[in-house]
Structure formats: C-alpha cells, structure tokens
Write a protein that binds this ligand. Structure first.
Ligand code: RUB
Length: 332
C-alpha cells in the first residue's frame, strides 16, 4: 500500500463541516465540494501527472465519505474529476480549476432556471407548506415573488435540527408571510396550503424522492388532503447508480441530535434512532421541477439516461492498475 498524498486544509475542513452539518443541504454541499477540489488543485505540489491525479482522487474520496445520501456530492466529484485532463501538472491543474468554476456556475444557473419553472406553478395568493430547508425550493418562491405574486408559507420546524428556522428566516427576507408550526401539526394545516413544496437530496430512477425525514409522511397526508406535492430538484440530484438497481443509502445520524444524554438516561433503557432522510414513492409526487422543465416522477428516468447514460463512473477511486503499480505489483 502507498501513503495517500497530502490533502489541502480546505478539503479536510470542508469534509469536517459537511459531516457536522455546518455545511448542509444538497446543492450547498456540492458547491463546497467543488471549491475544496479547486483548493486541492491549486495547492497540490505533485511532481508529475500521476501524483497530481492521485492527490485529486484522494481529495475526492475524503469528501465522498462524509454524507452518503446527498448524491449531489458524488455528482460534483464526477463532473470535476471527470474533466481532469492533461499531460503535465499545470495542464491538469488548469483543467480541474476550469471544471470547478464551470460546475459552480452551472449550479447557480440551474437553481435560477428551475426557480422560474417552479414559480409558474404558483398562483398569486397561494400558500406553500415547506419541510426542512432547500435552496432549490426557495428559488421557486423567490421567482414567484419576483413575478409579483403574493405567496404565504406554512413552515414545518423539521426536528431534530430545526432547518425550518432557516427556511422561515429566508422567506421573511423575501417578504413572504410565514407561519411556523411543529412537525406534528402539518396535517391540520394542510387544509390551508395550496402546495407542498420540498427539495430533494437524491431522486431515484423510479422517481422516488429522497429528502429530509418526514417528507414521505407529509406527502401521504397531502395526497389525502388533495394538496399537490412539488419537488424542486436540479438535475444534480438525479442518482445515476439507481439506474442499475442500486438503492440510495439513508444516512443514520447520532442519537444526541434527538435527545441529550441526561434526558435519555432519565427515561431508562431505550433505543434512539435518527434517520436523516426518507423516500417518498413517486405516486405521492405531482411534479419534479428541474432546470430542464417539470417532470412527472415516473418520467425522470428519461432525463437521467440522457445525462448519465447507463452507468455512473467513480473517478475518485484508484484505477486498479495504477494502485497495483504504486503498490509495487509486478507489471503484466
Ligand atoms: C437537507 C434537505 C434538503 C435537500 C435539498 O437535509 O433535506 O431538502 O438537501 O436542499 P440536511 P437544496 O439538512 O440534512 O442537509 O435544495 O438546498 O439542495
């Protein structure tokens, strides 16, 4: 085994911030990963092209290992590391920097474009119910407001980490009237909502939507109440591995997010589970809004094939041949 090449501080810091959720939300995670890879490209003191590529792959693996559910992270790595090319270190460096810049621009553009599509679904005077904090979902409201529509929001607080507070604050900045509710009040307030509007961490090939825990229960209740469910998700949320039958790994987080140790000990011996995400089956979703237009969930697979083909590469992994060479294995 060889030692992995050193990582730029920005890579270690970003990975730690993603793991502890200082950096959170799928699109924000992707943008931070691209920035970290750019820092790695700038700072890598590789002597040759092979060493440079190894350093970039190591940075990719460090970032990849942080949170398993948000596919935007591996898709960001695919986009940037997949465009790494050149015969010398400087050419490789330039290619990564160009790719990270293009990726970040694309993220911003996609969010604005899907926001315009989502805004067209909202009418003047509508009320949306939100869950968690999604920059893609908020872009739809922002564009509706820009179109001169008055929009109100019922915001679920979203236990255990209360990302609804961030949503409430950002909606207030847009001038939207906000009513904050506890999660368990959602069904009661659905009668006052015209849309459920959520984001996504990953979208599976069958149109299943992986998003913050509680989204699926909200969607089932909304369907029962006749409230349409809109998912705002730029195409970086499409999970290419699901094309070949893989399932999306649901992240389980620390129990201390749910209950502090003292309170827990006061209760007695209990198990505490803290799944971060759940899967909403496609039959409960009315529309997935992307930068390429809106799709019924069942047809998202067409877009996924167009964008990723049939297979998803993993450019952060060591190619078998190269790692064997580096480990001193005899050449064939
Ligand atoms: C965030 C979450 C968001 C999606 C989409 O979960 O579920 O709805 O990530 O966000 P967490 P965006 O707080 O655990 O990261 O639209 O900003 O990509």
């Amino acid at each position: 085994m060889t030692d992995d090449p050193p990582l730029a501080d920005a890579v270690d810091d970003t990975a730690a911030d993603i793991a502890t959720m200082e950096i959170r939300g799928a699109a924000t995670i992707a943008a931070a990963a691209a920035d970290a890879l750019a820092a790695q490209a700038r700072e890598t003191e590789a002597e040759g092209p092979a060493a440079f590529r190894r350093a970039m792959r190591h940075a990719g693996r460090r970032l990849y290992d942080t949170r398993p559910t948000a596919v935007s992270l591996p898709n960001a790595l695919r986009y940037t590391l997949g465009r790494m090319e050149g015969d010398d270190v400087e050419a490789l460096r330039e290619s990564v920097l160009a790719a990270t810049t293009a990726f970040t621009d694309r993220l911003g553009r996609a969010q604005r474009d899907l926001g315009r599509v989502g805004a067209n679904r909202l009418r003047d005077g509508d009320t949306v119910m939100t869950h968690c904090h999604s920059t893609d979902a908020l872009s739809c409201v922002e564009h509706a407001v820009e179109q001169g529509k008055e929009v109100s929001a019922i915001v679920k607080e979203t236990r255990p980490r209360n990302q609804g507070h961030i949503t409430a604050s950002e909606l207030r900045d847009l001038g939207v009237d906000v009513t904050l509710i506890v999660d368990s009040a959602a069904r009661r307030y659905l009668d006052e909502a015209d849309h459920v509007l959520v984001g996504a961490d990953s979208i599976a090939a069958d149109g299943g939507v992986v998003n913050k825990i509680g989204t699926s229960g909200l969607a089932v209740n909304a369907r029962e109440r006749g409230v349409p469910i809109m998912v705002a998700a730029q195409t970086i949320k499409l999970h290419p591995d699901t094309l070949t039958g893989h399932t999306v790994e649901i992240e389980m987080r620390d129990e201390t997010e749910v209950i502090d140790t003292e309170t827990r000990e006061g209760i007695g011996e209990v198990e505490v589970h803290n799944p971060a995400f759940d899967v909403t089956p496609p039959r409960y979703v009315d529309a997935i809004v992307t930068e390429s237009g809106q799709f019924p969930p069942e047809s998202i697979v067409t877009l996924m094939r167009e964008l990723f083909g049939e297979s998803a590469d993993r450019p952060w992994e060591e190619p078998e041949r190269e790692s064997a060479d580096a480990a001193g294995a005899p050449a064939e």
